[in-house]
Design a protein. Structure first.
Ligand code: GLN
Length: 496
C-alpha cells in the first residue's frame, strides 16, 4: 500500500536450517537479535526483561549440540516468551506488581520443549496484567506499542509477544490465549498466531487465568514457523492432567498438501455492524481470495455468538477470581507492610489492593459476584449453558461440511493508546470473534490478509479460521494456501 519496499525478516525455519547446516552459528543469530532489541525496544517496549548473557551461553550450547550431530528443529531460533510462562531464570511477573519479584523454581513444559528443540530464549514479553486485557495497556510496567504505528496498541494480552515479532526482533514468540490473546494481537500486528485446541499444549508453568479456557500457542511471521513451533510444544504432559494424549502430527510436513474441495463457513455474525470499515472490506476481499483458490463459501449462522462476550465475561472472571485467590501476600505475591497491631485480614486486603491493578481487581470482583450464593444460578450457571450452545453452533457448521469457519480476528484494526482505556466494555467488545472459540475449546488461527491506510498509516489486517477440535493440521494447511495466494508472507513493520 505504501511506496516503500515491505520489510521482511528471516523466518524461524530458515534460521534453523542455516544453523543446522553450520552456515550460521546460533551465537551470531542470538547476538543479532539482542542488538535489534537493544536498539529498537526502547520505543516499542515489547520486553519486560532480556537475558543477554544467558541467551548467548545457551546459543553456544546449541552450537555445540549441532557440532555433536544433534538434529534440532529450532536450532538457534531466538524466541520471546510471554511473561506469564515460568522460567527457572529471570523473573515471571505476569506484568503485575503482585509478582514483580517472583522467581519461578521451574520452567514451563512448553518452554522446556522449545529449549530441547534448540531455541534460544532471549527475553520475557510484556502483557496485560495476568493476561487480562486486549491492548497490553494493563501492564503494571507500562504499555507495549504497535511497531506499525507507535501511537497505537499492539493488541493483547500477548501484545509484547506480537510486537517482538512485528518489530523484527525475533521470528517467533509464545503467547497465551484465554479469549483471543494470541489471535487478536497477531491480527493487529500482521502476524500468524494460533490458539491450539484446548488440551493440545501443556499448561504446566503457565500462570492460570481461566483454567477451562487457557491455551499456549506461537506467533510468527509465516504459517510454516507456527506449524513448526506447534509440533514442538504440543503433546501430553504428566504434569498437566488436562493435556491431551492425542498423537501430535508433524504440522509443518503436511503444509503444502492442497485442501481439496475446501468448504468455508462464513457466519452471518462476522459481518457485524461493529466492524471497522477497513476490517469489513478486508473480510470481503478475503472471501473472494478463497473463492479464487477454489473454496466453496457457504453462509452459516452462529446465533449464540451474540451472547459470547456476556458468557465469557462471566466464566473467565469466575475462574480468575478463584485462580487469583492464591496471591494473598503469604502463599504467593508481594506482601504489604503492616503497622504494629494490624491484623492478618488487613495484610491480605492491603497486599491485594496494592498488588493488583484496576482491571484485575475489576475481574476479581466480577468473578466473585457471579459465583456468590443467590447469583450463581442467574449468572455462572446460565453462562455455562450458553457455552454449551456456542459449542453446538460450531458443531453444526462442521457437520454441514465446513472445514473451517472464517471470521475477522477482531472488529477493529490497531487502535490508539488510551482510546478505549477509560471504557472497559469497549475493550471487551473487541473480543467478539475470539472468545467463542475458547468457550468451545476449538483451534483458531489468525493469518495476515492485507493492510489498510488508517489516518495516514499502513495498518495490517488479518483473518481468522476456526476448525474442529484437534484439526490444527487442516487449519494450518488452509492458512498456508491463503498466505501463498497473497504477498504478505514474512512481513514485519517498517523501521520507524
Ligand atoms: N481480551 C480478553 C480478556 O481480556 C482475552 C484475554 C486472553 O485471551 N488472555 O479477557
Amino acid at each position: 500500500m505504501t511506496g516503500a519496499t515491505p520489510r521482511t525478516i528471516t523466518p524461524a525455519h530458515e534460521i534453523a536450517s542455516q544453523v543446522s547446516a553450520g552456515a550460521r552459528s546460533a551465537r551470531d543469530v542470538t547476538a543479532a537479535a539482542l542488538r535489534e532489541i537493544a536498539s529498537g525496544d526502547r520505543e516499542v517496549h515489547a520486553f519486560l526483561e532480556t537475558f543477554e548473557d544467558k541467551a548467548l551461553r545457551d546459543a553456544d550450547a546449541v552450537d555445540a549440540r549441532i557440532r555433536a550431530g544433534e538434529k534440532l528443529p529450532l536450532a538457534g531460533v531466538p524466541v520471546a516468551i510471554k511473561d506469564n510462562l515460568c522460567l527457572e531464570w529471570g523473573k515471571t511477573t505476569c506484568a503485575s506488581k503482585m509478582l514483580a519479584e517472583f522467581r519461578s523454581p521451574y520452567t514451563a513444559t512448553c518452554v522446556r520443549k522449545l529449549l530441547d528443540a534448540g531455541a534460544v530464549i532471549v527475553g520475557k514479553a510484556n502483557l496485560d496484567e495476568f493476561a487480562m486485557g486486549g491492548s497490553t495497556e494493563h501492564s503494571a510496567f507500562g504499555p507495549t506499542r504497535n511497531p506499525w504505528d507507535l501511537s497505537r496498541v499492539p493488541g493483547g494480552s500477548s501484545g509484547g509477544s506480537a510486537a517482538a515479532v512485528a518489530a523484527g526482533f525475533v521470528p517467533l514468540s509464545l503467547g497465551s490465549d484465554t479469549g483471543g490473546s494470541i489471535r487478536q494481537p497477531a491480527g493487529l500486528c500482521g502476524l500468524v498466531g494460533i490458539k491450539p485446541t484446548y488440551g493440545r499444549v501443556s499448561r504446566f508453568g503457565l500462570v492460570a487465568f481461566a483454567s477451562s479456557l487457557d491455551q499456549v500457542g506461537p506467533l510468527s511471521t509465516c504459517v510454516r514457523d507456527s506449524a513448526l513451533a506447534l509440533s514442538v510444544i504440543c503433546g501430553q504432559d504428566a504434569r498437566d492432567a488436562t493435556s491431551s494424549a492425542r498423537p501430535v502430527p508433524d504440522f509443518a510436513a503436511g503444509l503444502d498438501e492442497p485442501v481439496r474441495g475446501l468448504t468455508l463457513g462464513v457466519p452471518r455474525q462476522a459481518r457485524s455492524d461493529a466492524n471497522h470499515p477497513a476490517v469489513a472490506a478486508e473480510f470481503e476481499r478475503a472471501i473472494e481470495r478463497f473463492r479464487g483458490l477454489g473454496a466453496k463459501i457457504v453462509d452459516i449462522d452462529l446465533p449464540m455468538t451474540d451472547h459470547g462476550i456476556a458468557a465469557y465475561y462471566i466464566v473467565a472472571p469466575a475462574e480468575a477470581s478463584s485462580n487469583l485467590a492464591r496471591f494473598d501476600g503469604i502463599r504467593y505475591g508481594t506482601r504489604a507492610k503492616l503497622a504494629p497491631g494490624e491484623d492478618l485480614l488487613t495484610l491480605y486486603t492491603r497486599s491485594r489492593a496494592e498488588g493488583f491493578g484496576p482491571e484485575v481487581q475489576r475481574r476479581i470482583m466480577l468473578g466473585t459476584h457471579v459465583l456468590s450464593s443467590g447469583y450463581a444460578d442467574a449468572y455462572y450457571v446460565n453462562a455455562l449453558k450458553v457455552r454449551r450452545l456456542i459449542k453446538r453452533d460450531y458443531d453444526r457448521a462442521f457437520e454441514r461440511g465446513c472445514h473451517a469457519v472464517l471470521m475477522p480476528p477482531a472488529p477493529s484494526p490497531a487502535f490508539k493508546l488510551g482510546e478505549k482505556l477509560g471504557d472497559p466494555l469497549a475493550l471487551y467488545l473487541e473480543d467478539l470473534y475470539t472468545v467463542t472459540v475458547n468457550l468451545a475449546g476449538l483451534p483458531g488461527i489468525t493469518v495476515p490478509s492485507g493492510s489498510a491506510m488508517v489516518e495516514g498509516r499502513e495498518l495490517p489486517i488479518g483473518i481468522q479460521l476456526v476448525g474442529p477440535a484437534f484439526e490444527e493440521s487442516s487449519l494450518l494447511r488452509i492458512a498456508r494456501q491463503y498466505e501463498a495466494s497473497g504477498a504478505w508472507m514474512g512481513r514485519v513493520a517498517p523501521r520507524g
